[in-house]
Write a protein that binds this ligand. Structure first.
Ligand SMILES: *[C@@H]1O[C@H](CO)[C@@H](O)[C@H](O)[C@H]1NC(C)=O
Ligand SMILES: *[C@@H]1O[C@H](CO)[C@@H](O)[C@H](O)[C@H]1NC(C)=O
Ligand SMILES: *[C@@H]1O[C@H](CO)[C@@H](O)[C@H](O)[C@H]1NC(C)=O
Length: 371
């Protein structure tokens, strides 16, 4: 699920009443704090290969052999690296008075939820029941179907309903009720669906694409933006409508966005020379052909990684470069080679290291170093 990455949850008690005064600047501004799924597990090697598949990379023989090994380990049912290292984060979202936990995703634009209309895949999940919501209205003839970069997906029909997050409310929000979901969603009872935060040009509702939650509450926000202050290994925060100037240091560096927001991959993929230059500073680091990945002893000190956007210098703290402990005191590196790609990719690791502003005016992205 490497593309569904910026995910979050409310830690504060949910305030359902529209009249609840927001203590934040601007009438409709609100804050969302992430909540972690402590049972979350992931497989670093599988994420690596799913990222490469997403960009249709032709694997050289070293990578191809490692991919076969990773796939065999997975299909053999051997839990590869089931460590509680990084977590999954979700948000309570109230739909027609019913609260479910959803993943927030800046790479897509559908708000969909497992529902009473979903088949056997719904078992174990908290579901949305449009029939017991007094505010739900079926959107006649509307359907949706989404496939994420990792191959997971879902589809179904569409309702309009009241949706509330924190102190904010959208009274005519398109709620995409799932008729079916792929196994990735069926087997994760922690989450009931996704809430997309990218531009509605990516929304999959047919025949008429629908606005995202963010776009619906936009008129109530002081500024047309939200910020992500994500953390490595612990819950982070989203702020909607304002920039908390105490959350970062120095100036915000802005870069224009030409495509819908796509937060991309989990790892950082960089050219071989840069990757090798970084790991040459890490004692004991090596490229392991059996993973087709850079590994290093978990106890090795890790230098910070500094990247540039024009004059801006963004810092990724060295500790963020431990992507996953593999056992035997070896760690899977957060920077890997951009093999087969004509460009570099700044994944989640960079987003977690930076204070990031998603500004619909422009549109543009802002980066700042954290305190
Ligand atoms: C984690 O798994 C245990 C055992 O299956 C379960 O009892 C618990 O509720 C789960 N916790 C979360 C946060 O999903
Ligand atoms: C990868 O290939 C698939 C199928 O041929 C195509 O739909 C997709 O757009 C390609 N993705 C990229 C990033 O080139
Ligand atoms: C495949 O690519 C990786 C990364 O660029 C490199 O380290 C490895 O030697 C290559 N393998 C072959 C057989 O060329």
């Amino acid at each position: 699920m490497s593309n569904r990455s910026l995910i979050c949850g409310l830690a504060a008690p949910l305030m359902l009443a529209v009249s609840t005064a927001a203590a934040l600047p601007g009438s409709g501004n609100f804050q969302v704090v992430q909540k972690a799924n402590l049972n979350f597990t992931r497989d670093a090697a599988a994420i690596h290969f799913s990222d490469l598949a997403r960009f249709n990379v032709t694997l050289n023989s070293t990578y191809a052999a490692a991919a076969v090994g990773v796939a065999a380990r997975q299909s053999g049912g051997t839990p590869a690296i089931p460590l509680l290292w990084e977590s999954e984060y979700v948000c309570p979202v109230t739909i027609g008075g019913q609260t479910v936990l959803l993943d927030f995703d800046t790479g897509s634009s559908d708000l969909w939820v497992i529902s009473t209309l979903t088949g056997i895949e719904a078992v174990g999940h908290k579901v949305y029941d449009p029939k017991s919501s007094t505010s739900s209205k079926l959107l006649p003839g509307a359907t949706w179907e989404i496939t994420y970069a990792d191959g997971s997906g879902s589809g179904g029909v569409v309702y309009k309903d009241h949706v509330a997050i924190g102190t904010s409310v959208a009274i005519d929000q398109a709620v995409e009720a799932a008729l079916y979901v792929s196994p990735e969603f069926a087997t994760n009872p922690f989450s009931s669906g996704l809430l997309g935060l990218a531009f509605s040009t990516l929304n999959t509702v047919s025949p008429v694409p629908q606005l995202t939650y963010f776009e619906n509450v936009l008129p109530t926000l002081e500024k047309p933006l939200f910020t992500a202050d994500l953390k490595h290994g612990r819950p982070g925060t989203y702020n909607f409508g304002y920039i908390d100037h105490t959350a970062y240091t120095g100036a915000i560096a802005w870069t224009p966005v030409t495509k819908p927001y796509d937060t991309g991959t989990t790892l950082l993929y960089l050219p071989p020379l840069i990757t090798e230059a970084y790991y040459s500073k890490v004692i004991g680091a090596f490229f392991d052909p059996s993973y087709a990945a850079w590994l290093f002893p978990c106890t090795s000190p890790l230098p910070d990684f500094v990247f540039g956007i024009e004059g801006y210098r963004g810092v990724i703290p060295g500790e963020y470069m431990i992507f996953e402990p593999l056992g035997d005191d070896l760690c899977y590196g957060g920077i890997q080679v951009n093999t087969g790609l004509p460009f570099s990719i700044f994944g989640d690791i960079l987003l977690k290291a930076q204070f990031v502003v998603f500004d619909h005016q422009g549109p543009r992205l802002g980066f700042a170093n954290k305190l």
